[in-house]
Design a protein around this ligand. Structure first.
Ligand code: GDP
Ligand code: IMO
Ligand code: MG
Length: 429
């Protein structure tokens, strides 16, 4: 495999963890480039499940260097907990992992601000993961963020004083909630000092040296294109760029280092949190369509980070086509095909109708997208079982027809087909 960026191209949870894990034996380096512990990437090997939030999904393999790039936001307690779980499973994580000196730290006051802001928004809340992602990226852009390298600088204490004073003013005066204490922050800083500083490295330099030596690389995205802060359903998005382009700035590499972009996409659609979702069928606030319920139940659609039930709906080719375009996607990895087994018919949204007008692309305004209704094509379903299939010959004609139509409408070839959660449930095309 050549150097590949693997990104989600819906609203997250497309199966990135599974795909990155199974591709890892073909590369030497796996690197995360944006997002933080809002991500929950699931790996299933021989029925054993591992959920990763910050550690790259290549970590279970020997001889693979895992890197966390400057574009990420790292919560020290979360990553250390994740590392300890891996260590107790016998994974030598300290030998396989390096963290960028330039990555931003998520500190307790970021989570407090995230929670206070969501509570104050009431019904209009974004439905964040509550991990402090937005406030941490805000601090980065405001040039007051604490980076891992700051733990080695004399100015750290003064920076923390200033950040805490500002945040506590907002928490107590505006949101009327309790302040965060310096002791809480210092405890997290101490964890980072002890456990993360030994892993700190100039990740960009490593990548360039490995590239020169001919190593192959896999760049692992988090979230999905529709959660991108610029190209997603703003403001119902995360606070980073999630598209393939973010891999470049988030790791300090150039476009000449990239050969392929793999777009990971479910054979239907899910979303966690608030925001427009034109093909939605089923959720925990009243939509109860039978096909949507089938997807939620058979697909076990619960968030890997928060455990929240995921909203489900038909495949939205307008979304995927948009994502293919903005991400320069060269191949699709279609996951969870098996979840559609047994549905009498399958729908594919190929355009929207908005106030009597047909739309072939995503409107920039989330409120306008809320007003869009899907224009569907209906295809026959199949009664055969695709779960666990490992050869394309095992795929029924109706499922093959669905995949062909997805390729045509989204203008991108399907290069992988996932038929179950396990590493081995895969068909390479
Ligand atoms: P990520 O955030 O993109 O890594 O995806 P998540 O791990 O949050 O969610 C994907 C879920 O679907 C996980 O529980 C996976 O184990 C599971 N999964 C991945 N691929 C398949 C598949 O092809 N079929 C089924 N049934 N489950 C899958
Ligand atoms: P992975 O990498 C699905 C969603 C949240 C919320 C919005 C903003 O597992 O695909 P944030 O906490 O980032 O400020 O929340 O983004 N969200 C995700 N949804 N998968 C994810 O990651 C997500 N990360 C954030 O639910 O709607
Ligand atoms: Mg996930």
């Amino acid at each position: 495999m050549s150097n590949t960026i693997a990104v989600g191209i819906q609203w997250g949870d497309e199966g990135k963890g599974k795909i990155v894990d199974l591709l890892t034996p073909e590369v030497d380096v796996v690197a995360r480039f944006q997002g933080g512990p809002n991500a929950g990437h699931t790996l299933v090997i021989g029925g054993k499940k591992t959920v990763l939030h910050l550690v790259p999904s290549g970590i279970l393999h020997d001889n693979t260097l895992c890197l966390i790039g400057n574009g990420t936001v790292v919560a020290p307690e979360t990553i250390v907990k994740e590392m300890d779980t891996l260590l107790s499973a016998g994974i030598p994580v300290n030998e396989r992992l390096k963290i960028s000196d330039r990555c931003q730290l998520i500190l307790p006051y970021h989570r407090a601000l995230d929670a206070a802001r969501e509570a104050a928004k009431g019904k209009a809340k974004i439905g964040t993961t509550g991990r402090g992602i937005g406030p941490a990226y805000e601090d980065k852009t405001a040039r007051r963020g604490i980076r891992l390298i700051d733990l080695e600088c004399d100015t750290l204490s003064a920076k923390l004083d200033e950040n805490l004073a500002w945040t506590n003013f907002m928490l107590t005066q505006y949101f009327k909630v309790d302040p965060v204490t310096r002791a809480e922050v210092d405890a997290v800083i101490e964890i980072a000092r002890q456990r993360l500083l030994p892993l700190m490295a100039d990740v960009t330099l490593i990548l360039h040296e490995r590239h020169k030596a001919g190593d192959r690389m896999l760049f692992e995205g988090a979230q999905g294109a529709m959660l991108d802060v610029d190209h997603g359903t703003y403001p119902y998005v995360t606070s980073s760029n999630t598209v393939s382009g973010a891999a470049l700035a988030g790791l300090g590499i150039g476009p000449n280092m990239i050969d392929e972009v793999l777009g990971i996409v479910k054979a239907y659609t899910t979303r966690v949190g608030a925001g427009p979702f034109p093909t939605e069928l089923y959720n925990d606030s009243g939509m109860n369509d039978a096909s949507g319920k089938h997807m939620a139940e058979k697909g076990q659609e619960f968030g890997s980070t928060t455990g929240r039930p995921r909203r489900t709906g038909w495949f939205d080719a307008v979304v995927v086509k948009h994502a293919v375009r903005i991400g320069g996607v060269t191949g699709l990895a279609v996951t969870k095909l098996d979840v559609l087994d047994g549905l009498p018919e399958i729908k594919l949204c190929v355009a929207y109708e908005c106030k009597g007008k047909r739309l072939d692309s995503i409107p920039a305004d989330a409120a306008k997208l809320e007003d869009c209704t899907p224009v569907y094509e209906t295809l026959p379903g199949w009664s055969e079982v695709t779960f666990g299939a490992t050869s394309f010959d095992q795929i029924p004609a109706a499922a093959k027809a669905l995949l062909s139509r997805i390729e045509e409408v989204c203008e991108c070839p399907v290069s992988m087909l996932s038929t179950g959660p396990d590493r081995d449930h895969i068909i390479r095309l």
